[in-house]
Design a protein around this ligand. Sequence first.
Ligand SMILES: [Zn+2]
Length: 62
Amino acid sequence: MGKIIDCNKVNPASGCTHVVRGETEEELLKNAEVHAREHGIVDVTPELLEQIKANIEDEVTA
Ligand SMILES: [Zn+2]
């Protein structure tokens, strides 16, 4: 089962509806870092990383 991060939950102020996906947590965090750059975030701080990790969910396939 894959894992997802709803960008809107990490940063509701962004108004971004992008969902980051990954097969593993490692891949997911890497993809999240790539997506963060689209928001102009070059350095993922430990605080942001904690916020991202707190929003990791299992992907539910309908
Ligand atoms: Zn986003």
